[in-house]
Design a protein around this ligand. Sequence first.
Ligand SMILES: Cc1cc2nc3c(=O)[nH]c(=O)nc-3n(C[C@H](O)[C@H](O)[C@H](O)COP(=O)(O)OP(=O)(O)OC[C@H]3O[C@@H](n4cnc5c(N)ncnc54)[C@H](O)[C@@H]3O)c2cc1C
Length: 526
Amino acid sequence: MDAISTPKRYDLDDDGVVVIIGSGAGGGTLAHELTRRGVEVVLMEAGKHLTAEDFVNDEWGGYEMLSWLDKRTASGSWRVAKDHPEAPSWHCQVVGGTTTHWSGCCYRLIADEMRARSVYGEIPGTSLIDWPITLEELEPYYDLAETKMGVTGTNGLPPLPPNNNFKVMYWGASRLGFDVSTGRHAINSVDYDGRPATIQDGFTITGDKTGSRWSTLNVEIPRALATGKLDLRPQSRAVQVEHDAAGKASGVVYVDGNGVRQRQKARAVVLAGNCVESPRLLLHSASGRFPNGLANGWGHVGRHYLRHVIQTVWSVFDKPVNMHRGEIMTGLVRDFVRHDPARGFAGGYYVELNSMGLPTTAAFLEPGWWGRDFVSVIEQYSHMAGMLLSGEDMPQPGNRVTLTDELDAFGVPVANIHYDDHPNDLRLRSHGYKTMTAIHKAAGAKRIIEAPAYPASHNLGSNRMAARAEDGVLDGNGRAHEMRNLFVADGSSFATGGACNPTLTIVALAIRQADFIAGQMAKGEL
Ligand SMILES: Cc1cc2nc3c(=O)[nH]c(=O)nc-3n(C[C@H](O)[C@H](O)[C@H](O)COP(=O)(O)OP(=O)(O)OC[C@H]3O[C@@H](n4cnc5c(N)ncnc54)[C@H](O)[C@@H]3O)c2cc1C
């Protein structure tokens, strides 16, 4: 479906509006939270405005419909650069962003993770810092985020039920004495907030035709539109953020759905294009006054890129598991999330349930693997079970998003993502593999495959928050240290990554940022 027209339209010369670039977890939430506080918002989104009817219950079809498929390049020692050199990160280009294609796991950062530098100490080669805000400051916003997202296990909402894949995990993990549960998800276990309970068809992740899973497409954006304050502009690709003579952000140049270059004035600009596109835009918006890109006086834009240590283990069992049935990530072992130097690495990890359909399992199991041995595994798909490791990776200044010499169709340089594994990441990874292998062994696995990472789905840190401008791009409210009406509302703002899936934190930060922006506007300071 093409762009759905929106009743509200602000004038291109209206410099009273807040322009948000990107309608995913951060941008879509912020748009709703600002408009409900009376702020006028233009929400630009590169992708189309699809509806539930457009979505398809087909893994590859859904991927192609929703994903950001524009070219990128990759370098560094991470295996992703070899296996997926033109698609190193995985996210969406559609109204609702990557909340249209996610598994709904919702966990909070823990206090130590937000004080990583103080707790873990100095680790050579890393650029660890503490967050400029504490867990205590974030907790009320986590509460609000869990309520709006309908997170199971909070607000009296029951957990999602176990599926067969979970039963395998549970059997192994409980024999080893681990703390195992189905976990917490922004997927309705019962009817909630006008949305139905999941029908457990295994397709909630791609699009979600039923609307049982929270997304900004089905919750935040319709509510923002209902305020009458939101001008939603799908198929509008921001290509540059402009500033005035005083060095304040003054507007955004974008290419509309007809390919026409437009210029929207703004009172404030918020980047929420995700961890690759937001730094890309800041770097590409370089000017005579800001020759290294906007908000980049200290050279941090694009650096300290994080993607979590994400690995999977797939095992074959005697009896059928049919892991594709039910919600795909309803399992959690949380014994290893706390920092414990005795393990030989800093930070921690979660073990989560994971399953994929047959096509994706075949593609990601071991790219390049073929022949009789490969077939002997993949033909036992119905007997396979899976788990995923989500662990904290170490920030490093050289892990970064940069611009290449190649231009895309909009005249913007293609982004390169460089990532070298830190020795700490590798130690955490091998510990996590051992844990997952032990769980499946304890459950009776016949064969266990430690699979490599697939394209990064938790992209964080490339415009990080830091107490001091010398250490990062943003302050604790997600505002650029160097440009007081420029903000970032997506995963790139994370100071460090912690171990948990990031969306709940992105949403909590966006609600907190809405309080700040609306407060500044009310005081006439923005
Ligand atoms: C398969 C998969 C499963 C996942 N499962 C989980 C999970 O279970 N739990 C969890 O916490 N997280 C999960 N994630 C990660 C989560 O979806 C992302 O971390 C989160 O959506 C990121 O939010 P964001 O606001 O940073 O960006 P996004 O949600 O990616 O939104 C960015 C938006 O900005 C738009 N945009 C970018 N550049 C421009 C531009 N120049 N002009 C206009 N628009 C632009 C994009 O088109 C996009 O719509 C998953 C991700 C994937 C891919």
